[in-house]
Design a binder for this molecule. Structure first.
Ligand code: NAI
Length: 486
C-alpha cells in the first residue's frame, strides 16, 4: 500500500512528547503514513513569522490537505492571535468534531453509575465571537461583533447530518439561544430546520443551550450528535470532556471541504512539559478520526482496540486512573499500547466500520471562494441605528438628536445596553456611556442609504457617533431586532 503523505507539526510544550509517542505507535502498527514535519508554533512567531508558521509549512498543508498537530502556545501580549484558531479559520475547517465516550479504565461519575456516554459535539469553527471583531467603543465599553452566516451555518449543519448518516447516528440536536438572540441564533436554527428536511431518516431536535448544559450533566446518554455555534460549542465540548474523564480524553477534528486538522483539545501543558509524563490519549483518539478520514479503517480499529485494552488493564499516566497503582510515563504508556496491538477489549470496541473515508487531495482554487446563499427578492432601507458615546441622560440626548430628524425619518427609540430608555423606560435602568439610537421611517415607507448617512453626519456634528447600522427590510421582514421594551 502506498504511503499517504500528511503534514505533522509537533507543537509546543508537551506537543513533541505526545506526538512522538503517537508516531511510535503508528510505526509499530505499520500505519502507511509519510510524515512531512513542518515548522509551525510559538518559536516561529518568535522568529518573526506573524502567522506562526513558515511559508513552506503553509504550502505543505495546502498541498496535502491534512495537518496532524500537537498543541501550540499562543504568545501572550496584545495583538497576537492564537495560531490554532488562525489555522482553523485560514483553511476553512468549518466543523470541529469532538467525540466523547466512556472508556473502561477511566473512572467517572457516570462509569461508576453504569451509564455509558458516547456523544459527538459538532461545533461551528470559524464564525461567532471567534471572528475576533472587537472594539473599545468608549472607555467603559468593549464590543464584540458576533457573526452568524447562512452559508457558514449550512456547512457545519450539513456536515453534522452527513456524519450522522454515514456513521449510523439516529439523532442530531441543534443547541442554540434563539429565544434571546433571535436573528443570529435564529438564523442558525432556521438553517438547521431547513437542512434537516434533506435527512428524513434522522431525528432532528433542538434545545436551548442552557437546558443542554443541565441535561448533559444529568442525562448525557440522551444525546448522540449535538451541533452548535462556535463559543457555545467550545464551552459545551469542554463540559463533555469533563463527563468522560477530562481533557486527557478529548480529541478533536477540524474538518473543511479541502483541508482538515486533527489535534487534541488540550493545550501545551507548560506545568508538565519536558517530564515525559503527559497523557498521549487525546492526541491518539484524534488520530483515529484522522486515520478513518484517510480511509485507514483497519489501522484505526487495530490501534483503538489496543488503547481500549490498555485502559482496561488499568494502565494509566499520572493524570487519571487508580491512584493505588503506579502510573506509567508517556513512553511506557505508548509501549503498553503497542504491546496490545492485535488484542481486542472485553468491553465495547471503537466506532470503526460505521465511518467511511472522506479524504482527497485539495484542489487549489484560483481565487478565494464567495459562498452562495439565497438571493432576496426585495429589500428596502427604513432607518438607521447610531451608536453614540455620551454621558448625557437619555431625555437630554433625545433633545439633541431630534435636530437630526428629517421630514420622513424620526427618532423613535434610545436604548442603553439593549434596554429601551427613551421615549419610555424606567429610572431604575442603570446606564453606561454608550447609547444605541434609532431613527426610522413610518411603517410601510422607505428611505435611502444616502439620506441615512446624511442624517448620521448631521448627528455627528454634535455627538460622538462611533458606528452606524442601516435598518433594512428583507423580503418584507425587518432585518434587525427590537430593543427590550420597544
Ligand atoms: P492546558 O490544556 O495546556 O493545561 C490545563 C491542565 O491540564 C494543566 O494542568 C495540564 O498539565 C493538564 N493537561 C493538559 N493536557 C494534558 C495531557 N495530555 N496529559 C496530562 N495533563 C494534561 O491548558 P492551558 O494551561 O490553559 O494552556 C496552555 C497553553 O496551551 C496556552 O498557551 C494556550 O494558548 C495553549 N492551548 C493550545 C491549544 C491548542 O493547541 N489546540 C488548546 C488549548 C490551549
Amino acid at each position: 500500500m502506498d504511503k499517504i503523505k500528511i503534514a505533522v507539526a509537533k507543537g509546543d510544550g508537551i506537543g513533541p512528547e505526545i506526538m512522538d509517542a503517537v508516531i511510535h505507535i503508528f510505526e509499530a502498527a505499520n500505519v502507511p503514513l509519510d510524515y512531512q514535519f513542518i515548522e509551525m508554533g510559538k518559536t516561529f512567531y518568535d522568529k518573526g513569522f506573524s502567522t506562526g508558521m513558515t511559508n513552506e509549512a503553509k504550502e505543505t498543508v495546502e498541498q496535502l490537505g491534512i495537518l496532524f498537530k500537537g498543541p501550540m502556545e499562543t504568545p501572550k501580549g496584545k495583538g497576537v492571535k492564537s495560531i490554532n484558531v488562525t489555522a482553523r479559520k485560514t483553511w476553512s475547517t468549518f466543523a470541529n468534531r469532538r467525540h466523547f465516550r466512556s472508556l473502561n479504565g477511566v473512572d467517572t461519575v457516570f462509569s461508576q453509575a453504569g451509564i455509558p456516554i458516547d456523544l459527538t459535539i459538532v461545533r461551528e469553527n470559524i464564525e461567532g465571537t471567534y471572528g475576533g471583531i472587537e472594539h473599545m467603543i468608549s472607555q467603559d465599553v468593549a464590543l464584540c461583533r458576533r457573526l452568524i452566516t447562512r452559508p457558514g451555518s449550512e456547512q457545519v449543519i450539513r456536515f453534522a447530518f452527513e456524519m450522522a448518516k454515514k456513521e449510523g447516528f439516529k439523532t442530531v440536536t441543534c443547541a442554540h439561544k434563539a429565544n434571546i438572540m433571535k436573528l443570529t441564533d435564529g438564523l442558525f436554527l432556521e438553517t438547521f430546520n431547513e437542512i434537516a428536511k434533506d435527512y428524513p431518516e434522522i431525528i432532528a431536535n433542538d434545545i436551548i443551550v442552557d437546558d443542554l448544559a443541565m441535561k448533559l450533566v444529568s442525562k448525557p446518554q440522551s444525546f448522540e450528535v449535538v451541533v452548535l455555534t462556535n463559543l457555545q460549542g467550545d464551552i459545551m465540548s469542554d463540559l463533555c470532556a469533563g463527563l468522560v474523564g477530562g481533557l486527557g480524553f478529548a480529541p478533536s477534528a477540524n474538518i473543511g471541504d479541502q483541508i482538515s486538522i486533527f489535534e487534541a483539545v488540550h493545550g501545551t501543558a507548560p506545568d508538565i512539559t519536558g517530564k515525559n509524563i503527559a497523557n498521549p490519549t487525546a492526541l491518539l483518539l484524534s488520530s483515529f478520526m484522522m486515520l478513518r478520514h484517510l480511509g485507514l479503517m483497519e489501522q484505526a480499529d487495530n490501534i483503538e482496540n489496543a488503547l481500549l485494552c490498555t485502559l482496561e488493564q488499568g494502565k494509566h499516566t499520572g493524570d487519571f486512573g487508580d491512584k493505588n497503582t503506579a502510573s506509567l510515563n508517556t513512553t511506557d504508556f505508548a509501549n503498553a499500547i503497542i504491546a496490545n496491538l492485535g488484542n481486542k477489549p472485553s468491553g465495547p470496541e471503537g466506532r470503526k466500520s460505521r465511518a467511511t473515508a472522506s479524504y482527497s487531495l485539495p484542489q487549489k482554487p484560483a481565487e478565494q471562494k464567495m459562498m452562495q446563499t439565497v438571493a432576496r427578492k426585495s429589500e428596502k432601507v427604513v432607518g438607521i441605528d447610531l451608536f453614540i458615546e455620551s454621558n448625557l441622560i437619555a431625555k437630554d440626548l433625545a433633545e439633541i438628536l431630534k435636530q437630526s430628524e428629517t421630514a420622513d425619518c424620526k427618532l423613535i427609540m434610545i436604548s442603553n445596553r439593549g434596554t429601551q430608555v427613551w421615549p419610555s423606560g424606567s429610572v431604575f435602568t442603570e446606564c453606561i456611556d454608550q447609547y444605541r439610537v434609532r431613527f426610522e421611517v413610518e411603517k410601510g415607507k422607505e428611505t435611502s442609504l444616502a439620506l441615512m448617512f446624511d442624517l448620521a453626519a448631521h448627528a455627528a456634528k454634535n455627538l460622538l457617533v462611533t458606528s452606524t447600522e442601516i435598518l433594512r427590510y428583507f423580503d418584507d421582514k425587518p432585518a434587525y431586532s427590537l430593543a427590550q421594551g420597544q
